[in-house]
Design a protein around this ligand. Structure first.
Ligand code: PA5
Ligand code: MN
Length: 190
């Protein structure tokens, strides 16, 4: 018998679901406070609340070469100050062999992409669009709608995420997505 058996994942959008999964990552504001540019707004929010921001389900697959990982991410709606809820953002450590696809299931958002040299690119994420992320681009997703923003990711299962360049006093992404007059606007990081 073959070493690894075929299997199916069932995913749903209302409410977001992904079965079977091996791991769920849940991040609230406290877990990722350093990614938001307005640190006063972070402190003010945390003084009264610790909102959930991101939930990720990972498929039951080994983190090894030869497999393709899939996962589902939900970003809840909201802002910290005027900056929309988003993921931490990371780059894959192998700049050649670890590209990724994102497929939006529900809601809409923006994909911030940036190379280590500082080149940036913004892509829209909406149902009906498949976003391709080449290996050498850091990626962060932003929920720009008033509802849950839900998307699938598919990437080599051996890929490693590097978050080290993000945070207060570090480089961070050079673009931020803020809510201006009720609409998303991309501006330079203050
Ligand atoms: O593999 C991916 O790129 C996604 O599963 C992300 O890890 C997920 O969306 C959460 O983003 P981050 O890990 O940057 O907080
Ligand atoms: Mn990734």
């Amino acid at each position: 018998m073959a070493g690894f058996q075929p299997f199916n994942i069932k995913y749903g959008e209302y409410p977001p679901s992904f079965e079977p999964y091996e791991l769920v990552i849940e991040r609230s504001l406290e877990d990722m406070q350093e990614v938001f540019y307005d640190q006063d707004a972070v402190k003010k929010t945390l003084a009264k609340d610790n909102p959930p921001i991101v939930k990720v389900w990972m498929a039951p697959l080994p983190n090894e070469g030869g497999h393709l990982m899939s996962c589902m991410t939900v970003i809840y709606p909201g802002t910290i100050g005027d900056e929309y809820f988003m993921t931490k953002g990371h780059i894959h450590t192998d700049p050649v062999n670890d590209p990724e696809y994102y497929l939006t299931i529900r809601g809409e958002g923006l994909l911030l992409l940036q190379t280590r040299e500082g080149e940036s690119h913004i892509s829209e994420m909406v149902p009906g669009t498949l976003n391709y992320i080449p290996s050498e681009w850091a990626h962060r997703t932003v929920n720009t709608c008033e509802d849950e923003f839900v998307f699938l990711g598919i990437f080599p299962a051996s890929a490693k995420r590097d978050y080290s360049f993000i945070g207060v006093g570090k480089k961070n992404f050079n673009k931020v997505v803020v809510k201006r007059s009720g609409k998303p606007e991309v501006t330079d990081h203050p």
